[in-house]
Design a protein around this ligand. Structure first.
Ligand code: ADP
Length: 592
């Protein structure tokens, strides 16, 4: 074994952050297969949309004829006939609008089916990877988002179609009727397009922020609800309340910011539809005087702008821009959710035995801080009992964390049961190694639930529970609590020592073959401590005890002494010669 250098490290920063930059096409890629698969439905939609656009296409032309050839030419019957023809086109348009619904529903349902399939499978894959329960709140949230996608996609497709065909019909109609107005309209439309793109960017950003805040809130609230029992057990009610409250405030602020930006949409309508109308009215005297257009044609152009272009633009701004943006952001979020990264490589090994090995291990808490463990090599054989002693801050708990696979070394190898800690299947790692800290955690639940908590495969039988309770001197406490199935309503009301004993009994009953007690008996009196340690000594498996009292050290056949700048291990006899700290402690003990 070599000695580790010891130092005073600083806090290690938890890596945090998520790459928020994702390409927009990822959202579209999510639903493209479903849309492409419904090609025939899309074709039917185009055909019916053409019929739906007929009234817009003919509206201006029929109005012009009604005025020029009818009412102004002294032939009211011709005027009325033109208006009648317009009424017929409206009926045709209504038929087209109605027929479009069936193919539209086919496309949208196919999109929804695909999304639900992707979302549920992603959640299952995730839970299979981590061996955890599927995150029900994530599934509920994302299926709700999927439903929103379905509704938005339906509205968007419906409106986008109307807008495209109406604007095309208006431009075509204007070109054939009054080309000068068509030109002004094209310029205005281009300007409103630029405005719309700029507005969309800000809106997309705001909406993404608001959605992220909503997810953050759902995550925080879900976590608190899932762990309500733990929150109460740890007395963390106020902290949980604060966390959820902050998430609620952030979400409200983000939603309000997104709402405020929506007002800018009115500007797009004004520039795109109102401006060409005002220009047409201003140009009207000149158009008529210069014979560029008849009064009927001016009225027809105004009809195109008022009954065709403005409603289409309104729909586009309110529905396409707004819903489209939301849909795009939602699809991106769903794309994020359904992208499940492959399970970390090498996480499948199971510990082959209960030996622990450190080879040239160096560990520091921060990139700039001095290592707490420096080039330490150590082997603990299967079934061995090792005590670790040393002054406070020497690095004993850090060593325990490394041995338990909770901390990853910066350099060197930690092998648990023959495999590198990083290569072990996390579930098996948890089942094989249990690290018991000073703070004991008893949750609201029955004594039986508390004791059986770490028993992975099969719940302990009553006689096994009773024997363990007796072994740890818990019989009296059990009787006071009301028996094995009595619920511990207020774990905080138990004494620290009682909680420690319950936790030790839980670990004793676990399937772990490697137990590391990190001053886990510090609240017990020496007799209770000796009884608990003795129980672990006779239990099969490897035992590492970070000793709180010298009596713990004396119970172990092998001792590791950790002191500033030096680590020495050996039997008691060897340590008397090799470790000054050990020798001092023993002299003090003998003198007592
Ligand atoms: P011991 O168990 O012997 O008292 P520790 O392993 O707890 O010692 O601590 C060793 C050194 O590492 C101490 O200087 C301590 O301040 C520091 N340390 C422990 N945990 C952390 C942490 N999470 N972040 C930063 N420094 C830590």
């Amino acid at each position: 074994m070599t000695s580790p250098g010891l130092a005073s490290p600083h806090g290690r920063e938890a890596p945090y952050g998520r790459d928020a930059r994702t390409s927009r096409s990822r959202g579209w890629a999510l639903i493209r297969p479903a849309v492409v698969a419904e090609r025939s439905a899309l074709g039917a939609m185009v055909a019916w949309s053409l019929l739906e656009a007929v009234p817009v296409l003919l509206s201006g032309r029929l109005m012009a004829s009604a005025l020029d050839q009818g009412f102004l030419a002294g032939s009211p019957s011709t005027g009325l006939a033109c208006l009648g023809a317009y009424a017929v086109t409206l009926l045709l348009g209504a038929v087209g609008a109605r027929q479009v619904m069936t193919p539209l529903a086919r496309v949208v349902e196919s999109v929804r089916d695909r999304l639900v399939h992707l979302v549920v499978f992603a959640s299952l894959r995730r839970s299979a990877q981590t061996d955890a329960e599927a995150d029900a709140s994530a599934v509920a949230r994302t299926t709700r988002q999927t439903e929103a996608v379905r509704q938005m996609a339906a509205g968007l497709l419906m409106t986008a179609r109307t807008v495209v065909f109406s604007v095309a019909a208006v431009v075509l109609g204007l070109l054939t009727l009054v080309p000068e107005v068509a030109l002004v309209t094209a310029v205005s439309l281009a300007a409103s397009g630029v405005l719309l793109v700029r507005l969309s960017r800000s809106l997309r950003h705001r909406y993404a922020t608001s959605l992220a805040a909503e997810e953050q809130l759902a995550g925080e609230a879900g976590q608190v609800l899932r762990g309500l029992r733990d929150v109460y057990a740890c007395g963390a009610v106020l902290t949980a309340e604060r966390q959820v409250g902050e998430a609620v405030d952030a979400q409200a602020a983000a939603s309000m910011a997104a709402g405020r930006l929506g007002a800018g949409r009115l500007g797009v309508i004004a520039v795109g539809a109102r401006l060409p109308l005002v220009a047409t009215l201003l140009m009207a005297p000149w158009l008529v005087r210069s014979d560029a257009a008849s009064p009927g044609e001016v009225l027809g152009a105004a009809t195109y702008l008022v009954t065709g272009l403005e409603p289409a633009l309104r729909s586009m701004v309110h529905s396409v821009a707004n819903v489209g943006l939301h849909l795009g952001v939602l699809l991106l979020r769903l794309a994020d959710h359904v992208t499940v990264p492959p399970a970390p490589a090498g996480g499948k090994a199971r510990p082959a035995h209960a030996a622990l090995e450190l080879h040239e291990v160096t560990f520091a808490y921060g990139p700039g801080s001095a290592p707490v463990v420096d080039h330490l090599s150590l082997s603990i054989a299967e079934g061995e009992h090792l005590a670790v002693m040393g002054p406070s801050g020497a690095g004993k708990s850090t060593l325990a964390g490394l041995l338990a696979g909770l901390e990853r070394p910066d350099r060197g190898d930690v092998r648990i049961g023959g495999s590198r800690a990083a290569e072990l299947d996390p579930t098996w790692l948890r089942r094989t190694v249990v690290l018991v800290p000073q703070e004991s955690y008893v949750f609201v639940g029955s004594v039986r639930e508390n004791l059986a908590y770490l028993r992975a495969e099969s719940a302990p039988e009553d006689h096994e529970l009773d024997a363990t309770v007796e072994l740890f001197g818990l019989t009296e406490l059990l009787a006071r609590l009301g028996g094995r199935d009595a619920v511990i309503e207020r774990p905080g009301a138990l004494s620290e020592g009682e909680r420690q004993l319950l936790v030790l009994a839980r670990v004793y009953l676990s399937t772990a073959s490697i137990v590391i007690l990190d001053e886990a008996t510090c609240h017990l009196d020496p007799v209770a401590e000796a009884r608990a340690e003795q129980a672990f000594i006779t239990r099969p498996g490897t035992l590492v005890v970070i000793a709180h009292r010298i009596s713990s050290v004396l119970r172990a056949p092998r001792v590791l002494v950790v002191e500033q700048g030096n680590v020495v291990d050996g039997s008691h006899r060897e340590l008397r010669q090799r470790s000054a700290l050990y020798a001092d402690l023993m002299i003090g003990l003998n003198a007592e």
